[in-house]
Design a protein around this ligand. Structure first.
Ligand code: UT7
Length: 314
């Protein structure tokens, strides 16, 4: 086998919907400001006792079911998360136990919002190296645990959820080369402060400028490295942080209007490492991803980090 491919997707979102009208009752904000500055209309919030492992398991189970594989086929489970409090057993170990995956290598990966694309590249490398035939890659977050609910600049942004992909060995490389990296000079621009009771903070404007000025060229590079032009893409799913970032980034990439763009941020808010697989899986469920066509995944955030690749839609 010389390559790997995404064979199935799945996702999970908690039941509770938090609207902008709900937030108006909690902090000094309004629906108009939130919609204009972020595009976010609703976000899902996990139940008090619902954990990252719970949500990761649900999304993983859905992807595994869609793949038609048996739990024993899975040789690697990676959970990308920055909000799980589980150190040991890791979130991935808990997912494997609950899904009865008997002997996979299991680990969590924290690259903040770029975590899922980083984990997907790691799974691709693992499968291509022959160290596993099938991998379960999950992005899962309970960002509501990290929110200061009195801080209007951040509490309106974040949400909870999980998305997952099954990666399998394939004759052809259907997961393109990763573009990934970081800018340590801005390492503090998105951060969790307060070690024992972590809280999310960010330099919103400077992250916004970075994402819209420096990252379009990196996203284009992911296409070039996959051997395709931006205009060949069937869909683009970027990190879902802000609708204005998504619009500016895709415009500056020179993306034709005919290309489908993931805009799940409107419904789900910013779910960090879960945002790309969640948006992707929901788009697939709605029939918006033409099977066999190229889709750019591109994520960025705390680090500051970025990671992305062109995959073939399952
Ligand atoms: O996922 C990790 C990566 N993160 C990102 O990609 C986020 C990038 N940044 C952003 O998306 C935007 O910067 C934000 C959505 C976070 C903020 O939007 P902004 O347009 O940059 O607003 P701002 O922070 O510059 O604030 C503008 C004004 C301020 O008031 P003054 O100082 O102009 O009087 C804020 O106090 O808006 C005020 N403000 C609010 N007003 C009503 C901030 N939050 C709110 C709010 N409701 N929720």
């Amino acid at each position: 086998m010389s390559g790997s491919r995404v064979v199935a997707l799945g996702h999970y979102q908690p039941e509770r919907v938090l609207t902008n009208a709900d937030l108006e009752k909690m902090v000094d904000t309004d629906d108009e400001w939130i919609l204009q500055r972020t595009g976010i209309a609703t976000r899902r919030i996990a139940a008090e006792k619902e954990t990252v492992a719970d949500m990761a398991t649900e999304a993983g189970a859905n992807a595994l079911k869609a793949s038609g594989l048996a739990p024993s086929d899975i040789g690697q489970v990676i959970v990308a998360t920055c909000s799980a409090i589980d150190r040991s057993p890791s979130t991935a170990a808990q997912v494997a136990a609950r899904l009865a995956i008997p002997s996979a290598v299991v680990f969590d990966l924290n690259n903040a919002c770029a975590g899922f694309c980083t984990a997907l590249a790691t799974a691709d490398h693992t499968v291509r190296a022959g160290a596993a035939r099938h991998a379960l890659v999950i992005g899962a977050e309970k960002m509501s645990d990290l929110v200061d609910w009195t801080d209007r600049s951040s509490c309106i942004l974040l949400g909870d959820g999980a998305g997952a992909a099954v990666v399998s060995a394939s004759d052809e490389a259907r997961i393109g080369p990763a573009v990934w990296g970081s800018d340590p000079s801005r390492s503090n621009a998105v951060r969790l402060v307060n070690e024992w009771q972590p809280r999310f903070e960010q330099e919103g404007q400077s992250v916004f400028r970075w994402a819209t000025s420096e990252l379009p060229a990196v996203a284009v590079q992911a296409c070039e490295r996959a051997g395709i032009a931006v205009g060949d893409l069937a869909a683009v799913v970027t990190h879902q942080a802000n609708l204005r970032i998504i619009e500016a980034l895709t415009k500056r990439m020179g993306l034709p209007e005919s290309v489908v763009v993931g805009r799940d941020v409107v419904e789900s808010g910013n779910t960090s490492a879960a945002s790309v697989p969640l948006a992707l899986s929901k788009m697939a469920e709605r029939g918006e991803l033409p099977s066999g066509k190229p889709v750019l995944l591109f994520a960025f955030g705390g680090g500051l980090s970025w990671a992305g690749q062109v995959i073939t839609a399952p």
